[in-house]
Design a protein around this ligand. Structure first.
Ligand code: G16
Length: 550
């Protein structure tokens, strides 16, 4: 153990910032905003004030390794010590994936953790940074906590920080700083052990080392590289080089660490070429999102949730059954059909992983997921990219079928929910808000109207009452249901850092066996026309087409 010399904690005067309201997942802003004097410190002090007293408590700290991660870690350590924490667990190199942070918080019974990430948003000096607080259950702070943190940021006048030298982050060590023990921990091992305890590693080893099954995991130069190397290559024995882009870089190699068909193009090329691999997967900046691909085959995240639910009994961790499932409102209703057949409850929550926390803690659900490439379970309180990939590998090892066959068999049994999301990014905020408010104004008169040939059955602005604590969350997106089974949802993203991002979600159900293998945009083309006719997307946004289609 090394002991660092410190001075007394200093109380620094600061001025409040008015823009520190956490969004869907923490506070996300440009790096340059975080670099303003006192900006990071104010938010961190607001967190500490909200959860005070901090004396004697344990805190977990880590991030996705993006630009400004290391600097922020040093600041937060000094502040945490000055605020009286007795123990801080920091991922080596300042690294902890979001699900691993959740795992470490739970395993060590910490009072919570600070995770530094802007998820799938790009990194670098002119790109994005983010910070979020996870509570003692390991999950994102619920709304009442983020609201309280925001209130605190508006009136903050001082923050506490020690004046001490930087902590060495790259060596596993225990350092005593004043009254606080700081452990630099291996960021991977606890998480990898948890995964090994949940899945049938023997069956998966046989699959990935058989030579007949070729796979690739694209870590997208982001945090999951070391985790995927340890689990997929070292513990499961996949050939070296199976994990690509495995070293976390501060700018993610200049790309978007967003596992979708657009941004994970290096992986997509390997799964859709002349000689495609059997299985491909990618995860995002902080390791909580996932994309899974089969040979020439994309698994929509909504379908993935439905399939994992239907097949959970084949996985050791869920062999005794699952209590229930949940999906975010815009996610397709594919999982609802499976839950109905299994006679288990299915909850519909607002967008944001924090809304699953109470349901998981209360044991009402075991699996949950979102259209935004997030799937997870009660093993931690975050969505978990690598867990979803391992779940799929375990499933393939048991079923001994190609990915496409597994999915098509599922559609044959349950029908298929075609789903797409159209994103209009960085649009003028006022225009986007205007579009949504005009749409809301139309809600009372929409039912019964025929628009672009489709009859509207009902429309509303989604509200959620948490079944555990009865808290109410309003204005979570405009839902329009058509009599033909189609659904359109409009909402503004809560994770962007520039202007507004309009998300239009479209899904429809198809049972006709002849029509289960259509191209998604084609299958949804009529619904796309209705969405434009009802909302006037082009005229409000000034865009002819979406920037990103997933
Ligand atoms: C976060 C949240 C997710 C949400 C996603 C998109 O994910 O944890 O629950 O679905 O943002 O949110 P929005 O539509 O408001 O942009 P991540 O992976 O970005 O942390």
């Amino acid at each position: 153990m090394t002991t660092e010399k410190t001075n007394q904690p200093k109380k620094y005067k600061t001025r409040a910032f008015i823009d520190q309201k956490p969004g869907t997942s923490g506070l996300r802003k440009k790096v340059t905003q975080f670099q303003q004097v006192g900006y990071l410190e104010n938010f961190v002090q607001a967190v500490f004030n909200t959860i005070s007293p901090c004396q004697g408590k344990k805190l977990v700290l880590g991030g996705d390794g993006r630009y400004f991660n290391r600097e922020a870690i040093q600041v937060i350590i000094r502040m945490a010590v000055a605020n009286g924490f007795s123990h801080i667990l920091v991922g080596q190199g300042g690294i902890l994936s979001t699900p691993a942070a959740s795992c470490v918080i739970r395993k060590n019974q910490a009072c919570g953790g600070i995770i530094l990430s802007a998820s799938h948003n790009p990194g670098g000096p002119d790109e994005d940074f983010g910070i979020k607080f996870n509570a003692e259950n390991g999950g994102p702070a619920p709304e009442k906590l983020t609201d309280a943190i925001f209130e605190e940021t508006l009136s903050i006048e001082n923050y506490l920080k020690f004046d001490s030298a930087d902590i060495e982050l790259d060596q596993l060590a225990t350092i005593q700083l004043d009254q606080c023990q700081i452990d630099i921990i291996d960021p991977v091992s606890d998480y990898a052990d948890l995964m090994e305890s949940m899945f049938d590693f023997d069956a998966m080893k046989a699959l990935v080392s058989s030579g007949d099954f070729r796979l690739c995991f694209d870590a997208m130069h982001a945090v999951n590289g070391p985790y995927a190397k340890e689990i997929i290559e070292n513990r499961l024995g996949a050939p070296k080089g199976t994990v690509i882009n495995s070293i976390p870089l501060t700018d993610f190699g200049g790309g978007h660490p967003d596992p979708n068909l657009v941004h994970a193009h290096e992986l997509v090329d390997l799964l859709y070429g002349d000689d495609p691999l059997d299985f491909g997967a990618a995860s995002d900046g902080d390791g909580d999102r996932n994309m899974v691909l089969g040979k020439n085959f994309f698994i929509n995240p909504c379908d993935s949730l439905a399939l994992l639910t239907a097949n959970a009994h084949l996985i050791p961790a869920y062999a005794d059954g699952i209590a229930g499932v949940a999906r975010s409102m815009p996610t397709s209703r594919a999982v609802d059909r499976v839950a109905k057949a299994m006679n288990i409850p299915c909850y519909e929550t607002p967008t944001g992983w924090k809304f699953f926390g109470n349901l998981l803690d209360a044991g009402k659900i075991t699996l949950c997921g979102e259209e935004s490439f997030g799937t997870g379970s009660s093993h931690v309180r975050e969505k978990d990219g690598l867990w979803a990939v391992l779940f799929w590998l375990n499933l393939i090892a048991v079923k001994k079928q190609p990915v496409s066959e597994i999915v098509m068999n599922h559609w044959a049994q349950y029908g298929r929910d075609y789903f797409t999301r159209h994103d209009y990014e960085a649009v003028d905020s006022a225009a986007a808000k205007d579009m949504i408010s005009q749409l809301k104004a139309k809600i009372p008169t929409l039912a019964g109207q025929v628009i672009a040939g489709a009859t509207i059955e009902s429309a509303d602005d989604f509200e959620y009452i948490d079944p555990v604590d009865n808290s109410k969350t309003t204005a979570q997106g405009v839902r329009i249901y058509l009599t033909n089974g189609g659904r359109i949802v409009f909402r503004l993203s809560g994770t962007g850092t520039q202007g507004a991002t309009l998300r239009v979600y479209l899904d429809t159900y198809q049972q006709n066996p002849e029509l289960l293998a259509q191209e998604t945009q084609q299958a949804l083309s009529e619904l796309i026309t209705v969405a434009e006719a009802v909302a006037g997307i082009k005229s409000f946004t000034g865009r002819e087409k979406p920037d990103v289609i997933t």
